[in-house]
Design a binder for this molecule. Structure first.
Ligand SMILES: NC(=O)c1ccc[n+]([C@@H]2O[C@H](COP(=O)([O-])OP(=O)(O)OC[C@H]3O[C@@H](n4cnc5c(N)ncnc54)[C@H](OP(=O)(O)O)[C@@H]3O)[C@@H](O)[C@H]2O)c1
Length: 281
């Protein structure tokens, strides 16, 4: 938990997996709040209330401050033009009706980077090649018109009851692909958010990925060998490494920027993050 006098307060749009982890970090920081959509999250330590981003009637529920929002809600519409229009309407409404809220940290996705081999940096020249990646990039660009924006692009978010270990336990399939999967532990992601909240001038965008991207099936193999509560029988049928499974084995997303900022990861790889039995909190 953060000391209340060391960090500015935030409003969290979307108390989902990351939002709830973040809310725990900001317990005791005055003026913080968070929103929920379908059901109130259990035991949220912050003031919280219902909010539907897609409904204009719901926007008035947002308080006048604090100055900084963290947006964890994913794009709502599939059509890019419609989503851009919706974001513009909301941004204009916010600027007019909530002028004290000037800053935003937007949780985007590494999905903005093309599904091609290469090393992708925050400032690389690129075009997303999926509709979801395009929607994310449109969101980043549109929100920057209305807020002083910092963007975080996380890889797969895991930890505290979510991840490949939990998939194995519940008998769910594990993706078979040679593409390295970039991951970030939810607690490290929350720490990156905290860093940006406290350091508004530090970076306009950061990739939030750990030091060892690996295909999911390789992680699953490591887990059954190294965790007492997991066994070989839980593994779905996984091809050996010589078989022709699709994927871009040389697609990498750089985390150099978070390292340069001096942000250290508590879970630098999946080994630290999943090596012991996952706890819910
Ligand atoms: N999970 C990953 O591996 C991953 C990887 C890269 C990026 N991301 C993105 O990072 C962000 C945070 O991830 P997360 O895992 O914390 O996501 P999450 O658990 O799905 O949280 C998203 C939150 O947004 C809320 N929401 C959805 N539609 C809404 C609406 N119309 N109005 C208001 N709130 C709405 C959800 O509430 P309800 O559930 O009640 O609708 C939920 O609380 C998301 O944008 C996610 O897409 C996730």
């Amino acid at each position: 938990m953060i000391k209340s006098d060391t960090i500015p307060p935030i409003g969290i749009l979307g108390l989902g997996f990351l939002g709830q982890t973040l809310a725990r970090e900001f317990t005791g920081v005055p003026e913080c709040w968070g929103t929920w959509h379908k059901t109130p999250p259990p035991e949220t330590p912050l003031k919280n209330f219902h909010f539907d981003w897609g409904s204009e009637n719901s926007w008035t529920a947002l308080p006048e401050g604090p100055e900084t929002l963290v947006l964890t809600i994913p794009p709502l519409l599939k059509n890019q033009d419609d989503e851009e229009k919706r974001l513009c309407q909301w941004g204009e409404w916010m600027n007019l009706n909530r002028p004290m809220i000037k800053r935003m940290i937007y949780i985007s996705s590494t999905g903005v980077y093309p599904k091609r081999n290469g090393i992708w940096y925050e400032d690389s020249e690129f075009e997303p090649d999926t509709n979801s990646g395009k929607l994310r990039l449109i969101t980043e660009k549109t929100l920057a018109h209305f807020f002083k924006l910092q963007v975080i692009r996380p890889g797969g978010i895991y930890g505290c009851g979510r991840g490949i270990d939990m998939r194995l336990k519940s008998g769910k399939p594990v993706a078979v692909s040679k593409t390295p999967v970039h991951r970030i532990h939810v607690k490290d992601l929350a720490r990156i958010v905290c860093y940006l909240v406290s350091n508004p001038e530090s970076a306009r965008s950061v990739n939030a990925v750990d030091n060892e991207p690996k295909p999911s099936w390789e992680v699953a193999q490591w887990l059954v060998r190294n965790r007492d509560d997991l066994s070989e029988e839980m593994l779905p049928i996984i091809p050996d490494s010589s078989s022709a499974v699709p994927g871009n084995s040389q697609r990498f997303i750089s985390n150099q920027r978070i390292l340069d900022l001096g942000i250290t990861l508590s879970y630098p790889t999946f080994r630290e993050g999943m090596g012991s039995v996952s706890l819910i909190s």
